[in-house]
Design a protein around this ligand. Structure first.
Ligand code: AMP
Length: 427
């Protein structure tokens, strides 16, 4: 099979690593990719939003399957664009339709979807500029803290958790009247705060059947013990000890089944991944959010645990044949540590030479690239805030964490940083 993978992060390097290890992958292209993907596949200089360019590439290179990593092209309708065109209509596309992607593209839509389908989530109300007075009144009727969410995509930054009514009112005004998150905050969801521990659950679905992938816990803050600014993600572990069999049964019955049933009932063409952000509130699962793709860095922890053929999994999603796929998961554990440029998530430098990348991936650990670029001399330079993610594998979490740090400790460049406490809270 000739495959085109869209995206350029650590998630896509992890996808690419699994794909090229499958006997079903003849040729893998990654658009636009990074220095990691270029070492195992062919990078293509195409923007993730250039649908016409992607279509021409598919036709010129006889692509059989397109796998979409990030949310942006999904929310913009890449699936509809490709499947609706007679020239590319026969290509398997992994990623939901634009309407399905609204589960991530609009928080208001996803809250309504959950309400319609009886899926447990925090109580809420949505407001626009026109209804701001009602919104301010609604805030006063809530318990503190109060959660405000920009309706649209805001690169993971559109959520404010506010400890006082005054701050919440000011936040709502900034979002609705001063475009705090641009057009994404033209509508704002005001919701109840859920207190508990978070876990991410990943589901592959072809719109009819589903398979549950290993769950993960991610670490979002820049500082150890979850302090400091929010980031795109500083690490992840899988499995998550508190997400035991009893908890996951509740997740399947109360959340996964009604979600997939809801997609069917509402005729949302959904062939792809659903990433469900959950809060475990005293043993009961509540949905915080849906994402319509795999997470980064959770993918780097989840995918190395999948034992069965990954290209088969993707193709059976894209061709609605998931009921015939046997998902096999490895017994052990993984831990992912993200190595970032010093200063991230604030200002940081790019173009620093990375040392210590000579170790090949082995049974103990993998290095996945994100913000990297190779120069003409073959050196790998930093090219973003989150630069590398290192995944350790082991028989248990303790061993996986040790393997991840063994490799992370070998990597250096001027001013690099990583958290030393990934997974410590769940050991
Ligand atoms: P989201 O962009 O929806 O994932 O929100 C970002 C983060 O905000 C989540 O990972 C949670 O840590 C937190 N969060 C969002 N909604 C809630 C809520 N209703 N209660 C508590 N924390 C929340």
């Amino acid at each position: 099979m000739n495959i085109l993978l869209i995206g350029s992060g650590g998630r896509e390097h992890a996808f690419a690593t699994k794909m090229v290890n499958s006997p079903r992958c003849q040729k893998l292209y990654v658009a636009p990719g990074n220095a990691g993907t270029s070492s195992i596949a062919e990078n293509v200089a195409l923007s993730i939003s250039d649908f016409e360019g992607i279509k021409s590439f598919i036709l010129a290179h006889k692509i059989d399957m397109v796998v979409v990593g990030p949310e942006e092209p999904l929310v913009k309708g890449i699936r509809d664009f490709l499947t609706g065109d007679p020239l590319t209509g026969g290509v398997a596309v992994v990623g939901p339709s634009q309407k399905g992607a609204a589960l991530e593209g609009s928080k208001d839509f996803s809250k309504q979807f959950m309400a319609r389908n009886g899926i447990p989530t925090a109580s809420y109300n949505s407001f626009t500029k026109e209804t701001i007075e009602e919104g301010l009144k609604f805030i006063r009727d809530q318990r503190l803290p109060i959660v405000l969410k920009a309706d649209g995509l805001a690169a993971g930054k559109g959520v404010l958790i506010l400890q006082s009514y005054e701050e919440a009112e000011a936040g709502l005004k900034e979002m609705l009247l001063e475009n705090k998150f641009g057009a994404a905050s033209n509508k704002v969801v005001v919701e109840e705060f859920l207190s508990g521990i978070e876990v991410s659950v990943f589901v592959a679905t072809d719109g009819v059947d589903y398979k549950i992938l290993p769950e993960a816990k991610d670490y979002k803050r820049i500082g150890e013990k979850d302090t400091g600014l929010n980031t795109g993600g500083m690490g992840a572990v899988s499995p998550v000890p508190f997400a035991d069999h009893a908890f996951m049964q509740k997740v399947e019955e109360r959340i996964i089944k009604p979600t997939v049933e809801g997609l069917k009932k509402e005729q949302l063409d959904y062939k792809g991944f659903i990433f469900i952000g959950l809060m475990n509130v005293e043993g009961e699962p509540w949905v915080i959010e849906y994402n319509v793709r795999m997470g980064d860095p959770e993918t780097q922890a989840v995918l190395p645990r999948i034992k069965s053929d990954f290209v088969d999994l993707l193709f059976s999603i894209g061709t609605q044949d998931l009921s015939n796929y046997d998902l096999e998961i490895e017994k052990g554990a993984t831990a992912t540590v993200v190595v970032v440029a010093g200063g991230y998530p604030g200002d940081y430098t790019k173009g620093d030479k990375i040392h210590g990348l000579m170790h090949p991936n082995d049974h103990k650990s993998f290095t996945f690239h994100a913000g990297t670029q190779a120069n003409e001399d073959g050196n790998i330079l930093t090219n973003g805030g989150r630069v590398l993610s290192i995944t350790g594998k082991g028989e248990n979490l303790k061993e996986a964490i040790a393997h991840a740090y063994e490799r992370a400790d070998q990597i250096r460049w001027e001013n690099h940083y990583y958290r030393k406490d990934i997974g410590q809270d769940v050991l």
